[in-house]
Design a protein around this ligand. Sequence first.
Ligand SMILES: [Zn+2]
Length: 113
Amino acid sequence: MTGFSFIHAGLSSSDSQRASGGGAKQTSISELQNRLDRTVLACEAMWTIMRDKLKMSDEELVQRIHDIDLSDGKLDGKVRKTAVSCPSCGRTIPRKFPKCMYCGQLIVHDPFV
Ligand SMILES: [Zn+2]
């Protein structure tokens, strides 16, 4: 399995069958499907450019996906961080806070989660 088919594996045919409901909901799901398809396409384009230019391997991508997946404590194909550690005092604070409620340190949140 290539790194990219690993990403594609998350979208099964049963997902698209479930999406065939009716009315406005179907249109909305169809639009989301189209946006997801374009995102996956752009993601594959970016990955293949990086892989070729930086001489990386699909295995490195799969390992990184695994590591990021585990970074929230659960290997579940998602990353959902609800709390961060303050870089100044080390205390745990909710992600929604722009600065540490204990020491006032401004927090630069990870833009991908
Ligand atoms: Zn702090």
